[in-house]
Design a protein around this ligand. Structure first.
Ligand code: 13P
Length: 261
């Protein structure tokens, strides 16, 4: 059985608070007919509170793009889980490849952040994925296994069950070069296997594994039809209400038609 899909929009460092409010108002209107998809949007920190007010009477969830692993303290420039909750966040993206690449985040720090998010009842969307060089060297499964082991593989059973995983091959992010549905499915089923072996089949089947990397309205269906792809983490195409709403509609239709390949 396919799970109810989760479609998350990662707005990255785009949109001022007022631009974010305009976008989310349009999205709200476009998404009001959607009932079978969990929708999450992750605007920049500075827009969270304003966007949260607009989302108040909707089923669209709010998420952040990062978080520090302490509830408060002398950590200049960082944002805590209590601040995120106060701004209306239910989700947080952790370990995005851009955080790993440009801000030198490693799996040890990501693991601490994941534990902290869970402690404060924020659902972490934990990103894993290989670079092109790693794939070309046929190391992609090893790379993802290490990221899995070190960032989430040591969590207790009751904690891992609350995590969402996003497989985002770095070479597919913002490049227009999507992994083929078969390439994505191969990695998703590998991650599912890691979960089944490390925890249990029951837990493995409960966890949503999202695909991210150049997801667009016209490739959503072929990705979502795959048995182990439970949703998408969308970058560029989530910055326009129309394309993000189309992706959500595609996910809903695929789910409702029970399509698998
Ligand atoms: P794009 O959809 O722009 O490739 O970005 C994917 C991503 O990084 C989502 O977190």
């Amino acid at each position: 059985m396919k799970k109810r899909p989760l479609i998350a929009g990662n707005w990255k460092m785009y949109k001022t608070a007022s631009e974010a409010v305009t976008l989310v108002q349009t999205l709200k209107a476009a998404a009001h007919t959607v009932s079978n998809v969990t929708i999450v949007i992750c605007p920049p920190f500075t827009a969270l509170s304003e966007v949260s007010k607009v989302l108040n009477d909707t089923s669209i969830n709010l998420g952040a793009q990062n978080m520090y692993c302490a509830p408060e303290g002398a950590f200049t420039g960082e944002i805590s889980p209590t601040m995120l909750k106060d701004s209306g966040c239910r989700y947080v993206i952790l370990g995005h490849s851009e955080r790993r690449q440009y801000f030198k985040e490693d799996d040890i720090l990501i693991h601490e952040k994941v534990k902290t998010a869970l402690k404060y009842s924020i659902i972490p969307i934990v990103c894993v994925g290989e670079t092109l060089a790693e794939r070309d060297a046929k190391k992609h499964f090893d790379v993802v296994k290490t990221q899995f082991d070190e960032s989430i593989g040591r969590l207790e059973k009751e904690d891992i069950a609350k995590v969402v995983i996003a497989y985002e091959p770095v070479w597919a992010i913002g490049t227009g070069k999507t992994a083929t549905p078969d390439q994505a499915e191969q990695m998703h089923s590998y991650i599912r296997r890691l979960l089944n072996e490390r925890y249990s089949q029951e837990i493995g089947s409960r966890i949503s594994i999202l695909y991210g990397g150049s997801v667009k309205p016209d490739n959503t269906r072929s990705l979502m039809e795959k048995p182990n792809i439970d949703g998408a983490l969308v970058g560029g195409a989530s910055l326009k209400a129309e394309s993000f709403a189309q992706i959500i509609q595609e996910a809903q239709q695929t789910y409702e038609s029970g399509n698998h390949s």
